[in-house]
Design a protein around this ligand. Structure first.
Ligand SMILES: *Cc1c(COP(=O)(O)O)cnc(C)c1O
Length: 221
């Protein structure tokens, strides 16, 4: 099941209409180390965690040295458990978090790669900077010494109404292109989950985060 899903998805995503290779990140929240390792053996090279405790519990059991992403809401007091073990912090949703990540990275003698999370649908239930604040947030975070901004991350509203999703996904690509023009480190637009990733790729995403379509429906018990 998992193996076939990974192969099918990898065969299907390819490149986006901008000719950019699309990176598949497996969203592994609630999944067992065994199932995560099955996905890795089938071809997954990037995995993304949401919860620091789960990340720590499973850390030594993950095989094959995948690239590690953190994709969940992150409390500043938990950063210490991730420093040096996370390759890309995707969900930098507030300046305070960026500032603390930079301080902790500097103390560890490293530079951390991050994405700036944008709440493109202006949803109460989601975190991230407002779209209109995106460039200002970028400029302010850019000043922090131990971070390298690699791009943007967004979660679209939970709907299958394409007339809502498409304009939002396109807006994200506009902001991404604006930043990319002035900053050569910018190369990721992380947008797309199981329900909307095909649409997101069509609109210019080059990184998708998939859980359900790899592992099946999550069991939260
Ligand atoms: C869970 C999660 C995903 C994957 O969701 P699916 O709908 O299961 O593909 C992607 N991004 C984030 C931030 C998530 O928390």
């Amino acid at each position: 099941m998992i193996e076939q899903n990974v192969k099918n998805i990898l065969a299907g995503i390819g490149t986006n209409p901008y000719g950019e290779k699309v990176t598949l990140v497996a969203a592994v929240k609630t999944q067992s180390p065994q199932d995560i390792n099955r996905a890795i053996h089938a071809g997954i090279t990037h995995i993304g965690d949401n919860h620091v405790q789960e990340f720590r519990d499973k850390y030594d059991l993950i095989e094959g040295h995948p690239v590690r992403h953190f994709i969940g809401h992150l409390q500043t007091n938990k950063i210490k458990y991730l420093i040096g073990k996370t390759d890309l912090y995707q969900s930098v949703d507030r300046f305070e978090l960026a500032d603390e990540l930079s301080k902790r990275s500097a103390r560890a003698g490293i530079t951390s790669d991050i994405l700036i999370e944008i709440n493109v649908g202006c949803e109460e239930s989601k975190s991230g900077f407002d779209y209109e604040e995106g460039f200002a947030a970028y400029s302010k975070i850019k000043e922090l010494p131990a971070l390298r901004i690699r791009g943007l991350m967004a979660m679209l509203p939970f709907t299958d109404d394409e007339s809502i999703l498409r304009p939002l996904a396109r807006k994200m690509r506009v902001l991404y292109d604006g930043l990319r023009k002035t900053d050569g480190n910018i190369c990721y637009l992380s947008m797309g989950m199981s329900g909307d990733y095909k649409l997101c790729i069509e609109c210019g995403s080059n990184m998708v985060r998939l859980g359900t379509s790899i592992f099946g429906a999550r069991n939260y018990n």
